[in-house]
Design a protein around this ligand. Structure first.
Ligand code: RFL
Ligand code: PHB
Length: 390
């Protein structure tokens, strides 16, 4: 098989790029290790920045997002016995975010790719890129017991944190930066009415908690847990009881609980791999960088990579201009590091750290006191949360 662009990974990054390129007549094949149902079963992001939403519309996949997604103009931070509202709209110059689940967005992208006859290979095993620094790279994989080969011009590594793409960059070229946090988030999805119309981020001495939602009948809640905890340790009743202990009393009193329809623990990690290009391989999304979910930046950072990569490939194929491809890594990383900084700051301000000293806890309190006493500080939070410009 031969194509212009071979995309490894059928998560939101790979699918979005595949669809955008397809609409501009750039031939591409996407290889995904798992089934579509498996990819859709992973409950992840819920908050989309407007730049991401714009890309979904450009990909002609924004219709259901615009119909069913909820526009949020602000969120609450509960801390030190208070509930303080961050007015995103006011402090970001009229912007907002859209609450629309990654599962639904990924479903929309799969539907669009399938409707337009996109070349998707699902359950592709042993995917391996080759000859990445030559002008004729290729990707091999196994499917139904047979070996296949795709010759292409560019390989896009959009295969997430555990993918094969980043691992194909030689160790003497790749530089990795990593920070592992000493806790994880236990998340529960339940078919219940959300406790609040807006998200509530909770800083509590027992640990962080988050009340989020997918729709008016579907809630998503998280609590900070030690890394040693296992999902099996947490019955639904234990989860709800612990969440209630961390919520402000009047919020806990109106919390509607129900059986969990998904429950999982995600460890919190910050990670960046540099450079994001090696020869004709370009990394995008979680394949190159991870943030703790506190700032809702992960999927949104993936979207900015796709924005840069899409325009770079368009310039290459339509105008013969390679400057975008040459600058891709530096440009993407500049924005990636800002998302890293913001996510680290939100995480540090709102979580309980097992090894913190009294001094650290005073600084956390002061960070929040300063935030809600300063319009400049709230503007800084708001412009990062709604998404810095691409
Ligand atoms: P994905 O979604 O991991 O997709 C990668 C795909 O590649 C496939 N794959 C392979 N395919 C072929 N060959 C191989 N060798 C392969 N290895 C892997 C995988 O099967 C998969 O389908 O990466 P992508 O597309 O870059 O998307 C990134 C986002 O998924 C991620 O950043 C977000 O989910 C992060 N995140 C959030 N981001 C936000 O912007 N806002 C949020 O509110 C938000 N909340 C979250 C989150 C992530 C969470 N977890 C569980 C990590 C909440 C949580 C709890
Ligand atoms: C979610 O709804 O899953 C979610 C929302 C906001 C975050 C992280 C996760 O910061």
């Amino acid at each position: 098989m031969r194509t212009q662009v071979c995309i490894i990974g059928g998560g939101p990054s790979g699918l979005l790029l595949s669809q955008l390129l397809h609409l501009k007549g750039i031939d591409n094949i996407l290889l995904e290790k798992h089934t579509r149902d498996y990819v859709l079963s992973r409950i992840r992001a819920g908050v989309l920045e407007h730049g991401f939403a714009a890309l979904m519309r450009e990909a002609q996949c924004g219709e259901r997002m615009d119909r069913e997604g909820e526009i949020h103009d602000g969120f609450i931070i509960a801390h030190d016995g208070r509930q303080s509202r961050v007015d995103l709209h006011k402090y970001s110059g009229g912007n907002s975010v859209i609450v629309y689940g990654q599962t639904e967005l990924t479903r929309d992208l799969y539907d669009a790719r399938e409707k337009s006859g996109g070349q998707l290979v699902l359950e592709a095993d042993e995917v391996q890129p080759h000859d990445l620094t030559s002008a004729a790279p290729y990707v091999t994989y196994r499917k139904d017991g047979a070996e296949h080969r795709i010759d292409c011009e560019y390989v896009i590594g959009a295969d997430g944190f555990h993918g094969v793409s980043r691992k194909s960059i030689p160790a003497n070229v790749l530089r990795e930066y990593e920070k592992v946090y000493p806790f994880g988030w236990l998340g529960v999805l339940s078919r219940t009415k959300p406790v609040n119309p807006e998200l509530i981020y909770v800083k509590h001495e027992r640990g962080f908690a988050l009340c989020s939602l997918r729709s008016q009948v579907l809630s998503r809640y998280y609590i900070q847990v030690p890394l040693t905890d296992k999902v099996e340790d947490w019955s639904d009743d234990a989860f709800w009881a612990e969440l209630k202990r961390r919520l402000p009393e009047e919020v806990a009193a109106r919390l509607i609980t129900g059986p969990s329809i998904e429950k999982s623990i995600a460890p919190l990690r910050s990670f960046v791999a540099e450079p994001m290009r090696y020869g004709n391989l370009f990394l995008a999304g979680d394949a190159a960088h991870i943030v703790p979910p506190t700032g809702a930046r992960g999927l949104n950072s993936a979207a900015s990579d796709i924005h840069y990569l899409y325009h770079a490939l368009l310039d290459h194929y339509q105008k013969g201009d390679d400057r975008g491809l040459e600058n891709y890594s530096a440009k993407a990383l500049a924005r990636v590091w800002k998302a890293q900084r913001f996510s680290w700051w939100m995480t540090t301000m709102l979580h309980s750290f097992p090894d913190s000293i009294e001094y650290d806890r005073k600084l956390q309190q002061t960070d929040l006191a300063y935030l809600f006493s300063s319009e400049a500080a709230q503007s800084s939070l708001a412009e990062n949360y709604v998404g810095l410009p691409f």
